[in-house]
Design a protein around this ligand. Structure first.
Ligand code: COA
Length: 356
């Protein structure tokens, strides 16, 4: 049986570091609050109008290609996970293809909208394509430019302090060693609580879901102008109803339940147990969530990679960035059992287990 493996990985975070202190100038928050509740000390923000989700992804991709010993021209399929795309449509898959100068190759490009678990979902798709012999050099990306879409007033403080910008990319290839590579992936979703962590405007919902759930949310529908107000109503614009929304405590409780569940599921599928894990790469949602998961699995500090303190939560980019950092630091060696796990908006959650 062909297995797939990550043959090369790279990441990029923008130069500009934004410390908690800087956010205190914009909203009613404190360094102590942010650090105590999330572990975050600083995050990076891209250069507005110069860097985008796509350009950051392209930088990470070139590094991943070099490490995989291929050129971007060799990429035969693209899977791009993000919740902060450059355009509403088309997706970033085609944009990064163009940015890399390989549009003439006409390789397929797929966009994944699974928020924090997006990269693990994307990796799982790549795994299926490689195992069936369909593609040999799949580019898998997680990239986010959050800083362009956050509410920097006190109203948005519970969300804004958490998120940062960055990109990670991996080249997924067939593994020549059948014992090495991706051993199992597990994907889950539960749409019951879709709005608990969401960014619902712009959209075509017209207030439908809120009404169906018996909520009194007023988005200003029907719009004044029946045509041309599909995404934003004047009321949405006036009231700033175009920012992410999060019920933090609810998300926290779901996350600490689903992370261990989906990790155990991947381990079971591979006939392994938690004590076999050499390195756990959890999605960087909140340091307290990662610490909880670490404890539940009985792992030591050096078996879990945390970078949320320096980078914040970079959503789809968080897993590939953390994986790349851990590998660059020499903490992941050939033959190690590496577990990726993520949970986020949807809710969606996923895990991937691989023998490096
Ligand atoms: N600075 C200061 N105070 C803040 C604040 C901020 N940035 N954000 C919220 N607060 C206030 C709230 O208004 C609230 O005030 P009140 O008690 O007067 O009403 C108080 O702090 C407590 O808010 P709460 O939301 O209950 O805090 P919390 O302990 O749950 O921490 C999160 C908030 C968001 C850090 C936490 O719930 C969390 O991390 N949840 C998971 C989020 C996550 O992982 N998201 C990504 C999923 S992939």
């Amino acid at each position: 049986m062909i297995r797939s493996k990550i043959a090369g990985i790279g990441y990029y975070v923008p130069e500009r570091v934004v410390k908690n202190e800087e956010l205190t100038q914009l909203m009613d928050t404190t360094d102590e609050w942010i650090q105590e509740r999330t572990g975050i000390q600083e995050r990076h923000y891209g250069r507005k109008h110069e860097e985008t989700t796509t350009t950051m992804a392209a930088v990470a991709t070139r590094i991943a290609c070099e490490r995989a010993g291929i050129s971007p021209e060799d990429i035969d399929f693209i899977i791009f996970a993000t919740l902060s795309p450059d355009y509403y449509f088309p997706g970033c898959g085609v944009l990064v293809q163009r940015e890399l100068g390989i549009a003439h190759k006409e390789v397929g490009a797929l966009d994944v909208r699974n928020q924090c678990s997006g990269f693990v979902y994307a990796l799982s798709i790549a795994d299926q394509f490689v195992r069936t012999g369909t593609y040999k050099n799949i580019l898998v990306i997680g990239s986010e430019m959050h800083s362009m879409g956050l509410d920097f007033s006190t109203r948005g403080r519970n969300v804004t302090v958490i998120f940062g910008d960055g990109a990670g990319a991996a080249i997924v290839q067939p593994s020549s060693d059948p014992a090495r590579g991706i051993l199992s992936t597990k994907l889950h979703a539960d749409g019951t609580f879709a709005e608990k962590l969401s960014f619902i405007n712009p959209g075509c919902h017209g207030g439908y879901h809120a009404k169906k759930q018996g909520e009194e949310a007023d988005f200003g529908y029907p719009p004044v102008n029946t045509y041309g107000e599909i995404f934003f109503t004047p009321k949405m614009m006036q009231e700033g109803q175009y920012y992410p929304n999060m019920e933090g405590q609810f998300v926290f409780k779901m996350a600490v339940q689903k992370f261990p569940e989906v990790i155990h599921e991947a381990l079971e599928a591979a006939g392994l147990q938690a004590s076999d894990i050499d390195m756990l790469i959890p999605h960087q949602a909140n340091l307290r969530i990662s610490q909880f998961v670490q404890k539940r699995l009985g792992l030591r500090d050096d078996q879990v990679w945390n970078n949320i303190q320096r980078l914040g939560n970079t959503t789809a980019a968080s897993v590939p960035i953390a994986l790349c950092e851990a590998w660059e630091a020499g903490k992941i060696k050939d033959g190690d059992l590496v577990c990726l796990a993520a949970f986020g908006s949807g809710f969606t959650w996923a895990s991937a287990l691989m023998r490096w």
